[in-house]
Design a protein around this ligand. Structure first.
Ligand SMILES: Nc1nc2c(ncn2[C@@H]2O[C@H](COP(=O)(O)OP(=O)(O)OP(=O)(O)O)[C@@H](O)[C@H]2O)c(=O)[nH]1
Ligand SMILES: [Mg+2]
Length: 302
């Protein structure tokens, strides 16, 4: 369809709405709330999101291409550098930035990133998230603070978790999108594959069930993904850095991996809407987090 020639479609709006913020601010929760479905994984641990993940919301007269991004941090290893490249790309192609602040967390925003945002010409929405955790006085103080820091930005207090004021935020986002045709087919929900989301579901359960360094030492790869008539058959590989970590992931007589994999399989079944048969293997891949070639093959590095 030619969106420029068709008079009814000239009213169509479309744009990239990129979500930026510190780790754990609630960026993924916010994207899921704005999409009305869970696409990005969410956990209580920081550095849950590692990739830029697009989530597309299609209305009759608009298409919002959200990008969830990893939390902004100072890189300690190459994987972090790759994650910050994803943030950099989201800063460079946005039509609108949603800068998510955890209203309950006093950590100052990342100074370099804030300076970049201050220089940007696209509209900025400061989203004061986790409103459910703070009182009016605190909300007012944050509102004053961000009005001074970013005088041209609009400020929206919300709770992504309880969906407080997220509908209102969505209305403002749509009104701010530039006019234009859609970027993706209007039945598309993401730039990512089902296979990718299944690997993310496993990572979410690793973050949930294991502590300390274990989740950060792990990467998940879906070696095969076969959609058969009544079942999707998945072969998943968990990479970890050391034999000792592998032993912890497996647990006593395989109890730990069984618990994690069962929980992942159930969530995949709900996500895919069909039965899943999953086999899980663990491989030791020392230093994958610092090997640029490995990171390239995993999609963390262009
Ligand atoms: N109380 C409350 N908790 C929230 C809210 N939004 C997110 N959370 C919680 O905050 C934690 C982090 O949420 P995420 O959405 O994973 O945060 P993120 O910014 O994507 O984190 P990274 O991907 O690690 O950068 C989870 O435990 C969420 O349930 C909110 O509005 N209120
Ligand atoms: Mg996230």
């Amino acid at each position: 369809m030619d969106y420029l020639c068709n008079m009814t479609e000239i009213k169509h709006r479309a744009g990239f709405v990129n979500i930026i913020g510190l780790p754990n601010a609630g960026k993924s929760t916010l994207m899921n709330a704005l999409l009305g479905q869970k696409l990005s994984i969410v956990t209580a641990k920081a550095q849950t999101t590692r990739h830029r993940i697009m989530g597309i919301l299609n209305g009759d007269d608009y298409q919002i291409v959200y990008s969830d991004t990893p939390g902004v941090l100072d890189p300690k290893y190459k994987l972090h550098e790759g994650m910050m490249k994803a943030v950099g790309s989201a800063l460079s192609d946005a039509d609108l930035i949603l800068m998510v602040i955890d209203a309950h967390d006093k950590t100052p925003f990342h100074a370099d990133t804030l300076n970049k945002i201050k220089k940007m010409e696209v509209p900025i929405f400061v989203v004061l998230n986790k409103l459910d955790l703070i009182g009016n006085e605190m909300a007012d103080a944050l509102f004053q603070f961000w009005s001074k820091e970013l005088p041209n930005a609009m400020i929206y207090p919300v709770s992504a978790l309880t969906h407080l004021y997220t509908k209102e935020l969505l209305t403002k986002i749509v009104a701010t999108l530039p006019p234009g045709p859609p970027y993706f087919p209007k039945d598309e929900l993401s730039d990512r594959t089902l296979r990718f989301f299944c690997s993310e579901i496993i990572r979410e359960k690793i973050l949930k069930y294991y502590n300390k360094e274990i989740p950060y030492s792990c990467e998940v790869q879906i070696e095969s993904f076969k959609e058969e008539e009544n079942v999707t058959k998945i072969r998943a590989i968990i990479l970890t850095e050391r034999e000792s970590q592998k032993a912890i992931i497996i647990g006593h007589q395989g109890s730990a991996i069984k618990r994690m994999a069962t929980s992942a399989r159930k969530e995949m079944e709900a996500f895919l809407g069909r039965k899943v048969f999953m086999e899980t293997f663990i491989k030791v891949d020392p230093d994958w987090r610092n090997n640029v070639n490995r990171l390239k093959s995993m999609g963390y590095w262009d």
